[in-house]
Write a protein of this length. Structure first.
Length: 345
């Protein structure tokens, strides 16, 4: 703000200053009316006045060019200050650039030619320009308004809060990832344990079945074969009985319907069929006891196997329980003594 006021006041002062008017007022005692009958002395004075005016004009144009250069430099300085305000601070190099620029502007103003009018006279005519030139631009912290400072503090607080939230989220994500890895490891161990337990149980059952089949396999197979043969013969016997009953009912119906006597051929046929059925039934009755004995022996073997497996289960359970009891007894005896021997630190 101070730089822009200084630029406007300086430009107004130099624009309001008229070199020709000043030169005329300075040389009123030597100016005369130029006419055709003027003496050579007057012409010499006129030429000196014209030379002085030309030099003053040259100095004025030079000063104007330097003032424009200074204005451009001040404009760059103001843009630099603005960018520093926007970016929440000014670096050390920017402060050095501002100091060099103010020094250069001061040197340019001191080295300006004084043939037209002295700088002290100009500053005397314009005291506000002298005051603006003597004043240095305010520093950056002074130029910051209270509202801007409060906004910067608020943004800084928000940034700290966001950083703390980010750290908290990162810690939470790490804890969750560790818990997930632990859960996955525990689930994998549990699955592996169940699979191994299932495989061990299956292998034990398979070994028992193989052992039982190796001991009783041929006998069991022979018994099963005799059993299937007996079932087939019994099925044929029942079918023959059903067929014989149907034939007897047909002959009886025919005799009753036609009101005739029973033929001898029909009696012989029925007697032969009934004899075959009785002979087959007697054969099945005679051959069934060995099958019955074989089945009973199989049942006895199965019962023995069941009793043996039940005994194995009881023995294993008792062994595991006894191991646990021994472990608990040793634990409660040894651990207190170990804990007493350990130092407090």
């Amino acid at each position: 703000m101070a730089h822009s006021d200084y630029r406007k006041n300086s430009q107004k002062n130099y624009e309001s200053y008229d070199s020709y008017g000043s030169d005329t007022s300075s040389h009123d005692s030597r100016s005369v009316t130029r006419s055709g009958s003027a003496t050579p002395i007057i012409d010499k004075e006129s030429s000196s006045i014209a030379l002085s005016a030309s030099m003053a004009l040259t100095a004025f144009l030079s000063n104007r060019a330097r003032m424009e250069t200074m204005e451009r430099q001040l404009a760059g300085l103001s843009s630099l200050v603005h960018s520093a305000l926007v970016s929440r601070g000014m670096s050390e190099s920017s402060r050095k650039d501002m100091a060099d620029l103010r020094r250069e502007v001061r040197l340019c103003s001191l080295s300006a030619p004084r043939s037209l009018i002295d700088d002290s006279q100009i500053l005397a005519l314009h005291p506000d320009a002298e005051r603006a030139a003597s004043e240095e631009p305010p520093s950056l912290p002074d130029s910051l308004s209270s509202h801007t400072q409060s906004q910067l503090d608020h943004l800084r607080h928000k940034l700290r809060q966001a950083s703390s939230d980010m750290k908290q989220l990162r810690r939470t994500a790490q804890v969750n990832a560790q818990n997930a890895r632990n859960y996955i490891n525990e689930a994998g161990e549990e699955i592996a344990r169940l699979i191994s337990q299932k495989m061990i149980t299956s292998s034990i059952k398979e070994n028992l079945r193989i052992d039982f089949d190796g001991v009783h396999g041929p006998q069991r197979e022979e018994t099963n074969k005799e059993r299937r043969n007996h079932e087939q013969r019994l099925t044929r016997l029942l079918e023959g009985l059903t067929k014989f009953e149907n034939n007897v009912e047909a002959v009886r119906s025919s005799v009753l319907t036609s009101n005739r006597k029973l033929r001898m051929s029909e009696v012989e046929s029925l007697t032969e069929g009934l004899t075959q059925i009785g002979r087959e039934a007697a054969t099945l009755k005679t051959e069934f006891p060995p099958i019955h004995s074989a089945i009973e022996s199989q049942i006895k073997a199965d019962m023995e196997r069941i009793v043996r497996e039940e005994k194995y289960i009881r023995d294993q359970t008792a062994a595991v329980d006894q191991s646990l009891r021994r472990f608990a007894r040793h634990f409660f005896v040894v651990f207190p003594s170990l804990s007493c021997d350990v130092p407090e630190n």
